[in-house]
Each structure stands twice: as C-alpha cells, then as structure tokens.
Design a protein. Sequence first.
Length: 342
Amino acid sequence: MSGSRLPYRVGPYPTTRLRRNRRNDWSRRMVAENGLVADDLIWPLFVQEGNDPRVPVPSMPGVDRLSIESLTEAATEAEQLGIPAIAIFPVIEPQQKNEDGTEATNPENLVCRAIRAVANRNLNLGIICDVALDPFTSHGQDGLVRNGYVVNDETVDVLVQQALVQAAAGCSIIAPSDMMDGRVGAIRNALDLAGHEDVRILSYAAKYASAFYGPFRDAVGSTTSLGQGDKRTYQMDPPNSDEALREVALDISEGADMIMVKPGLPYLDIIFRVKETFGVPTYAYQVSGEYAMITNSADQGSFDRKQAVLESLICLKRAGANGILTYFALETARWLREDQKT
Ligand code: PBG
C-alpha cells in the first residue's frame, strides 16, 4: 500500500477514470449516447427511362441509375430491411429538357411514372421526391432563367405545379430542393386546396451552394447543362450559419413538416444549431461528393469502408439529425442486420 493513498478519494484522477467505461464492448454499448438503426436511413435512388435494369454512375462507384422496374425492386428491398423512406431522382433524356423545364409538370413524366410504380406495391415505405427544375431544364438551373437570373416568384408557380403532379402520382413527401423564397408556403397551400393535406413537406431548408454535389449532377445528367454556371444566387453561402436558422424558421412557419441540412459532414455545426434551436424533425443529406470521398478512399485502401461509413453516419446522428439521406443506406441496413445476428 502506498502511503500516498487516502482512505476516501474524491475528485479527478485516479478516482475518475473515464477509460473504465470504454474497457469492454458491452460497457461501451451500455454508455453509448447515440445509436444507428435502419429507421435513421433514407435511400436516394436514380431512375431512368428504358429497360436497362441498371447503368452504373461513373462518378459514384457502386451507385446505378435504375429502370422503373429495378426501382420498384430496390424499394421492396429497402422496405424489407426496415428503411422507412426512399428519395427518387429522375434522369431526364436530353430531348425532354428545355429552357423552362416544362416536362417537370407533365403528370406522365418519368418521376410520376416511377412514383406510381412504387406506390402500386403498397409498401410500408415513404416516397420522397424533389421539387426543383434542374433535372428538366436545358441550362441545369433549379428555376426559370430570365435575363440571366434565376427568377423567384415565377419559378415558385411552376414548382407548385410540379408538387401537385407528384402528389397526385402518390408521392408521400414533397421535398423542395430549389431554395426559392416562399416556395414552402405556396406548395403547402396548393397541396391543401387540392385535397393533399396529408402529403408532407420535407424542406431542403439549409441547402448550401456546394462543390460536393458534383457526382449527383453527373448522375442526373445536369453537369453538362449547368456548364460553368453555379447556383450561388439561391443556394446558401458556405460561410453562413445564422442565416441557416432564418431559412429554417421561415420554412417551419410556412408549413414544413421536416427540414433538411445539406451537405452533411462539412455542416455538422448547422445540423446541431438547427436541432438545438427548433427541435423539429431534422434530416442530414450525406451528398454524392461525400459518398464519392468515402468510396474512393476506401477503394484505395486508405481506410475500411464499413467503419468509415458507420462512423460518418453516427456523427451525423450525434450532431442532431433524426435521419440521414445516404447512398450507403441499403448496405448500412444490411450491416446493421448482420451485426445484430452476431
Ligand atoms: C437538385 C438537387 C441536388 C441534389 C439534390 N437535389 C443538386 C443540386 O442542387 O445541384 C444533390 C444531391 C447530392 O449531391 O447527392 N436541386
């Protein structure tokens, strides 16, 4: 017995040893403050015309563009693994695109047919669809361009029509991703008037003008349309954080049921502030560039894919996300199921 030991020890080390709780797997699990389950995952999927079941997206190794038939199969698989919702993104044929993106409001367009095909399966699965014109416009902008500027109010009128055809097709969650001012209120009002008061709105409320969307624009074929253009006059400026709270406050007041922060990992502070301030259902989008970074690094042997993916997802949860849109959703749901068995 060392003479320096007191009968009653209080205070910090050596009484307090934070490593004790970390010593075993079971005790790490016991004190874990956050967890990841399939309910946290939303799976974004790309759909294209034709019967080719799946065509790889070169900038997103492991991600494919799916035919409508393959999409319904993927949706079924997602449901079986306990994923609560998918997000459908259409790849529009170049000849269907024009200046004003009029195909966006065609009730028979690709995305509406895809929604109907999935909805017909009566799955226990939410169907999320973007409202924005970029897959449909020849210039790749999310709105109407007049005199070189993406105009707000005229765009909102079209977005409302787009939301209505998607809701009529069976979309359960309308997700405006265009960042026009006032679109959430306009869409909510129009949905209600059309009898779609149960269709939810997941607003891309704090969506930043980010380089990390690059691979997505490849996937939906809007990269070439956008060319040297950018989206800085409507998407948020990365240095800003207070402004994200204003965006979220407005969208909630306009009737958003859920809100999103996008991208994910570089914007953890935004997720945290939004969740702390409003306490509303808050989602993070782990975007295409984040997918590519993790996938490419793992492919090069820099780190283990599964460990890196699971860590990135739990960090998004820890920051305050209620759920995460991630291209890793299906494989993560599989990992979670396998890990439960062992
Ligand atoms: C379209 C839209 C984009 C993403 C989702 N919806 C791209 C953009 O705004 O240019 C990005 C998703 C991703 O990168 O994974 N408005």
